[in-house]
Design a protein around this ligand. Sequence first.
Ligand code: NAP
Ligand code: MG
Length: 483
Amino acid sequence: MSVFEYAPAPESRSIVDIASSYGLFIDGDFVDGTSGTSFKTINPATEEVLSEVSEADAADVDRAVAAARRAHDKVWSTMAGAERAKYLFRIARIIAERAREFAVLESLDNGKPIRESRDVDVPLVAQWFFYYAGWADKLDHVGLGVRPRPLGVAGQVIPWNFPLMMLAWKVAPALAAGNTVVLKPAETTPLTALLFAEVCQQADLPAGVVNIVTGAGATGQALVEHPGIDKVAFTGSTAVGKAIARSVAGTNKQVTLELGGKAANIVFDDAPIDQAVEGIVNGIFFNQGHVCCAGSRLLVQENVAEELLVRLKARMSTLRVGDPLDKNTDVGAINSREQLNRITDLTAAGDAEGAERWSPECVLPDNGFWFKPTIFTGVTQAHRIAREEIFGPVLSVLTFRTPDEAVAKANNTPYGLSAGVWTEKGSRILAIAGQLRAGVVWANTFNKFDPASPFGGYKESGHGREGGKQGLAAYLQAQEGDR
Ligand code: NAP
Ligand code: MG
């Protein structure tokens, strides 16, 4: 299939000032880490070192928790909700004003296409703060109890796939409800969280309300195990989520876990095929498939499978893979060598187990971490690529004959985060959605997010909800008769 030729249209990176090194953000200031150790964060599209970032140890986490406690007790929890709202609105406005800077920095540090960081991630981040700012002065009036109280200090640990967006999902509701936070970004993507710390300074947020401790898994562990926190909010892998659940068992800490997924995207024979193809592509190739709710299992009705696959392959042949800062790029870099190895290993298991691999022709850059958009056909439910989360641009295609078979296959997974249904019939959408054990079910669309809509999983995808009023309740003390 012929593809339009596009001249390169690179976004300028001159809007971003990246310091050669960063400290930790504790009690309103950037400070050196106690141990003096640091780690490098790189641009995964080029392997260029972007900056050196301090590694927080247990003593630093302790300082950050103490700062958050002071800020909670003396300033933030006692402040009128209407006053807290002003800070949140200010943060939202500054993010919107500095949107281009955030988008370029996110694409540099993470590898995602600028088209996505500019049009999806950063706008949603601003929306999240605007949305929760609007709640801060209404907590007494919306069925969350009489004068609902915050939990206290929240320890928040987030992954690398949507670094700034996951920060917003965690920080905005926590602050609106009167909690203070200590947040640990992922090791490979700390830079937008550190720019967010600058935004907190710019907004004159009282010292200690937001603290950012950079580091790897050990820093996250020190944070979630710290006795001084009242709430753990974690987004990441199911394995680490289970370890966290064990560590908070028997404590008074509240916990929200947003974990992995293996979502079914179900296409019935009456679905508008071209629209479904767009939804399938968006479902699995958005953000290189580094999406917990990605539509990584395509379930297509057998009588339209052949036609749909022809059109899907044609559409995939038009995807442009390459420089994340090029505005024409559809699929950017894989976030790390480690993640690339994981994707390579799991897809090799697909070959070994007899599934058939297909990728469009595309030339990958010499440096950096890349993986071609890939589909596997001839996949059965027993295959590892149908059961395990690949977290990359890889789609496993299965077929079904009847709606019951579609539902049975869709639910045949340890996960339950999201699902998609494609059909012309509204009644079928409702009937199928009601039977799917998934926290979010999209109908004739995929990967759409809204701050007013709660998001979260069943089974091994975690528990608790983020977003909406439910996401706010997760940062407030339970009232008599609740929960
Ligand atoms: P991960 O290894 O679990 O890491 C997530 C975060 O936890 C990172 O900040 C990580 O630090 C930290 N961490 C690692 N070990 C820890 C420990 N023992 N105690 C406390 N914190 C620890 O997950 P990942 O592989 O980076 O992220 C991908 C996973 O996240 C996928 O499974 C995906 O489905 C899931 N995810 C879920 C959602 C959702 O909303 N449900 C959203 C996005 C991603 P370092 O990275 O610095 O080592
Ligand atoms: Mg990086």
